[in-house]
Design a protein around this ligand. Structure first.
Ligand SMILES: *Cc1c(COP(=O)(O)O)cnc(C)c1O
Ligand code: SF4
Length: 461
């Protein structure tokens, strides 16, 4: 059983143990940069750059991140600072100068938004065909709050969960945070979710995602998840995953929030009903696991019988270092978290700032994995979430006279593609699948024709 929040809050009030300084939720957006006290100590030029980029990329940060995760004595190198505060180099020089000019000229909000939208349009707001290819149909009607790409797993984007406790500067879902409603996957329709799952017995996994579903009140989350406790037609959904960065950005959610205990009991009931409940946590750096409150949150979640699995992209300037990953995975294993995925930074948004060549990503992964025991080697990657599927770089090797990448699908639109090794010509600069060419004299990758046919069928339908 978990402790009641009242008792825990009492313990925190008495200071034993002191879990956190920040007990009240307070967020700052681009309009409230002046209220973030430590920013005032940075050079004017840095603050202006933050303001310029924050007009284009989503910006939001809460007090816990500012006061307990960022080490301001190490700014601007601090990894969590770069994770949430926009940096000048995240835009091209031309885009940066354009927005800087607009702000310097004191343009009105409408003009700023216009220019921001034009810059955003050039940043590939919807990578990997998410809109066109993944939205499922129920009786012929598209369900925009869901994605069904891989046979076993349906992604659900509850409308109340389409924000986050803070925004990551690298986020591939950034387009949905900047007010473009047309790009937003969201729905109020729990019934659609349940009806779709009932009609699709091949689906064993539900992945509730966002934004961050853990920004929702427990009662809203319960409206989506409680039917899994009682409805026989949903019994085939064995696994309920919740994708969240809240352990990192607001661990108070599981410890001090008013409905923290209700949330834990909801997880507990799903586990008791025989479900595998997985909190798919997102950690980019071991620093996010250092505070007493995140450790308490992890302990409380594990107490419910839910499993915590961890995933994150490899990002230049933040975690492009095998030492950082090895320490992150070791820390996760120590706390009972299962390392799951290491992703390649996607081809969207501020990729220019974060991207790492695939060859280097693989070298970092390999070196990090070599440093940890088998319990941390559950992590797969580096993996690219591309339109045909999740493609993992398994290695770089030489076959005959040719240097090649060895690749495989971890997940694919067609399950038959999974686990077939395939090869691409080695390219030290390539950062994404679309820059790779087939190796060993092949004209196409083995899946290309079948993928084109799938796409054509979907667009025609
Ligand atoms: C990664 C992903 C999943 C889950 O895949 P697993 O291999 O089961 O973790 C499901 N849907 C989409 C669209 C994904 O990108
Ligand atoms: S928490 Fe996740 S969805 Fe939210 S901004 Fe960060 S990466 Fe994006």
């Amino acid at each position: 059983m978990t402790r009641t929040p009242a008792r825990l809050q009492e313990r925190v009030r008495k200071g034993a143990p002191r879990l956190t300084q920040v007990t009240r939720y307070e967020v700052y957006t681009a309009r409230q940069l002046d209220r973030i006290a430590p920013l005032a100590r940075l050079p004017e030029e840095t603050r202006f750059a933050i303001r310029v980029v924050a007009q284009v990329l989503p910006f939001r940060v809460n007090r816990y991140v500012v006061e307990e995760l960022i080490d301001w004595s190490r700014v601007p190198e601090d990894p969590v600072f770069r994770l949430v505060f926009p940096q000048r180099e995240m835009l091209s020089e031309a885009d940066f100068e354009r927005m800087a000019g607009v702000l310097r000229a004191g343009a009105d909000a409408r003009r700023v938004r216009e220019v921001a939208d034009e810059i955003r349009a050039g940043l590939n707001p919807h990578p990997a065909g998410q809109m066109a290819l993944n939205v499922p149909l129920l009786d012929g009607t598209p369900l925009p709050g869901m994605q069904h790409k891989y046979r076993e797993t349906v992604l659900f984007f509850p409308s109340q969960g389409q924000v986050c406790h803070s925004y990551c500067t690298f986020c591939f879902r950034w387009a949905q945070f900047v007010g473009d409603k047309a790009l937003r996957f969201a729905t109020h329709e729990a019934e659609h979710l349940h009806a779709y799952l009932a009609a699709h017995p091949e689906v064993t996994d539900l992945l509730v995602t966002g934004g961050d579903p853990m920004v929702m009140k427990t009662k809203h989350l319960a409206a989506y998840l409680e039917p899994f406790l009682s409805r026989p037609e949903l019994a085939r959904v064995q696994t309920i995953r919740i994708g969240t960065k809240s352990l990192s950005f607001w661990p108070q959610r599981y410890v001090l929030d008013e409905d923290a205990d209700d949330l834990l009991r909801l997880l507990e009931r799903l586990v008791a009903a025989g479900r595998h409940v997985a909190v798919m946590a997102h950690f980019n750096h071991w620093r996010e696991l250092e505070t007493p409150i995140v450790r308490e949150a992890v302990r409380r979640i594990r107490d419910t019988g839910a499993v915590i699995r961890a995933q994150a992209p490899l990002l230049r300037h933040i975690n492009d270092d095998p030492g950082v990953w090895a320490r992150l995975w070791q820390e996760q294993v120590r706390l009972g978290i299962v390392p799951y995925y290491l992703f390649v930074e996607r081809d969207t948004g501020a990729r220019r700032y974060f991207e790492v060549p695939l060859a280097r990503a693989w070298a970092i992964y390999r070196e990090a994995v070599q440093r940890v025991s088998g319990l941390a080697r559950t992590v797969r990657g580096p993996s690219m979430s591309a339109a045909p599927g999740k493609v993992e770089i398994q290695g770089v090797t030489r076959i005959g006279e040719e240097d090649v990448f060895v690749l495989r699908f971890i997940q694919a639109r067609n399950p038959d593609w999974v686990q077939r090794p395939f090869f691409a010509r080695f390219d030290p600069e390539a950062t994404w699948l679309d820059q790779l060419e087939p190796a060993l004299g092949e004209k196409k990758f083995f899946f290309e024709d079948a993928f084109a046919a799938l796409q054509a069928a979907r667009t025609a339908g």
